[in-house]
Design a protein around this ligand. Structure first.
Ligand code: MTE
Ligand code: MO
Length: 525
């Protein structure tokens, strides 16, 4: 214990602290200057994004299974911890061998710059914040480490700085902590200032709010009464924007000025087409309810949502571009480099795949793809629902691979038939007697014709289906149950419009979506 206290008071611990301070300066100065550059190019965001791009499918699957939609917070926490440890090491190294310390800082700077400039839609000048941060960090490291050399606890300390008179160590110590304190304050102010400045400079959110949505030429079909399951606690049939699940690789939400937005349609086409946001506003837009689902959704999971989308049918855009013979896929790419491979015919048939500009009567929320995203009924999001979309390349499955396909996921992703039990919750304790089980089922483009429930290992009994709005939206259900005391398993399975019963074969989300029957354990008392 005493040893630890002495060590903490010693120059090594102080050197580690100096390393942490220097790292804080690198990051905060880059954040401050970065307010004038592309937001996605600040060190933490760029490093994290690069890390995400190298994430193997099992790790993405694990992250989503473990942290759900908090996977980004978990990534930042992990990165913060890594940087903290590296910074401590760097401080100690710099104290013992200044030249090695300098090399370490420059190496880190180089790694960050490399991850910044390799991001999609990032310009070389976007490296400036990181370069400035690295220089500032180096200066601060030197300022903090040199008083430590004067403490002369380290035998190899440069002799000109060694303590020559009594009382010198105390002064040096004081100086070190004063400098460290000032550094911490400056870093804190720079980071906060950078944040505020960045927020003030981006008027994207205001522009979004001011946007006047055009009226559709074809309104969404009226939603029949009774789509909502009568069971309290079942998800709302229309998912409010604020509750809509969010899955993407974007650590900082891309900020696109609608005035600058342009979609390029090219590749195997007779006529390259360019579309501005104004072109979209002026076009014949249609509105429809569509249920989106994520391929990473585990059985019983909530990575699915239903909304009313307003947009231009993609087939109209393709009509103008005139795909060539042999093309069978459209690779859609977002401003930040995500891409999805969608079968060409799916974008041309009558399921109304759209370039969406609104969600539930509002301009797309920034995190759901503002100003324009794709919405394609029937396919998982990773092969269809490109947010912040800026490029459609008509191509062939044989010639290009989408973002997740390059990482071990499937190249195609039709949504699998799925029934979800929402009430009661897993491991719930409920009273004995009559209760109603409820949930939601989906099989977009095929529709749900039956949901069955099984208690323990009894027979399958038909649930009551709520009204059906369309084949491309989810459908809710309920089931009356006479609950008897003891532990019970509640299972559900759906049958789709082709007559196919949901498979009981368990599959992980990788590579093309989870399957199997959900089983909810409840205790009846
Ligand atoms: N630009 C971009 N678009 C994207 C993604 C992404 O990572 N980046 N993820 C896709 C996936 S995997 C899904 S499930 C849906 C989710 O859309 P949401 O976040 O609006 O629910 O977006 C799709 N579009
Ligand atoms: Mo997804």
């Amino acid at each position: 214990m005493k040893k630890l206290m002495n060590w903490l008071k010693g120059p090594t611990a102080m050197a580690a602290l100096a390393g942490v301070m220097a790292a804080a300066v690198v990051l905060s100065v880059a954040e401050l200057i970065g307010a004038f550059f592309t937001a996605r190019a600040t060190p933490l965001i760029a490093l994290g994004s690069t890390f995400i791009d190298f994430t193997p499918p099992w790790m993405k699957d694990f992250a989503i299974a473990t942290f759900g939609t908090n996977d980004k917070a978990a990534l930042f926490a992990g990165m913060g911890l890594t940087i903290l440890v590296l910074a401590c090491v760097l401080g100690v190294v710099a104290y013992r061998r200044w030249a090695l310390g300098v090399a370490g800082v420059l190496l880190m700077g180089a790694v960050i710059v490399a991850s910044v400039v390799t991001r999609a839609s990032v310009k070389p000048v976007d490296a400036i914040p990181t370069l400035a941060g690295t220089l500032a960090g180096l200066v601060v490291l030197r300022l903090l480490i040199s008083p430590l050399w004067r403490l002369n606890h380290w035998p190899d300390a440069p002799s000109d700085t060694a303590a020559k008179e009594p009382g010198r160590p105390a002064t040096s110590r004081r100086r070190f902590f004063a400098a460290a304190g000032i550094t911490a304050a400056v870093a804190g102010i720079a980071a906060t200032g950078g944040r505020l400045l960045g927020a003030a400079r981006s008027n994207i959110a205001q522009a979004r709010e001011a946007l006047q949505l055009p009226a559709p030429v074809r309104m969404a079909a009226a939603v029949p009464a009774g789509v909502q399951s009568p069971v309290a606690g079942v998800a709302p049939w229309v998912t409010p924007n604020g509750d809509f699940y969010r899955i993407d690789t974007a650590l900082s939400v891309p900020e696109i000025d609608a005035k600058d937005w342009e979609l390029r349609v090219h590749g195997l086409v007779e006529q390259e087409v360019r579309l501005t946001f104004q072109d979209l506003l002026d076009a014949d837009l249609i509105e429809s309810h569509v249920t989106l689902t994520c391929v990473s959704n585990p059985v019983g999971g909530n990575l699915a949502g239903n909304a009313r989308w307003l947009g231009l049918p993609i087939r109209e855009v393709l009509k103008r571009a005139r795909p060539r013979d042999g093309a069978d896929m459209v690779l859609s790419t977002s401003v930040d480099g995500f891409s999805a491979s969608t079968p060409l015919e799916v974008l041309q048939d009558d399921r109304d795949a759209i370039l969406a500009i609104a969600m539930n009567g509002e301009p797309l929320p920034l995190e759901h793809g503002y100003p324009v995203r794709m919405v394609v009924p029937g396919l998982y999001g990773f092969v269809s629902a490109t947010k912040w979309v800026v490029d459609l390349e008509v191509t062939r499955f044989a010639d290009s691979k989408a973002y997740w396909t390059q990482r071990g996921w499937s190249e195609r992703g039709p949504i699998k038939t799925m029934a979800r039990v929402e009430v009661p919750k897993s491991f719930a304790r409920v009273r004995a007697g009559r209760m109603t089980i409820g949930g939601t089922a989906w099989a977009q483009t095929r529709g749900i014709t039956k949901v069955e429930v099984q208690i323990d290992n009894g027979g399958w009994a038909e649930a009551v289906l709520s009204a059906e709005a369309s084949l491309i939206t989810w459908r809710q259900w309920s089931f009356d149950w006479e609950a008897t005391p003891g532990p019970h398993y509640v299972r559900a399975r759906a049958t789709d419009g082709t007559g196919e019963v949901q498979t009981d074969e368990r599959a992980d989300p990788v590579p093309d979506g989870a399957s199997g029957w959900q089983s909810v354990m409840v205790t009846v008392e």
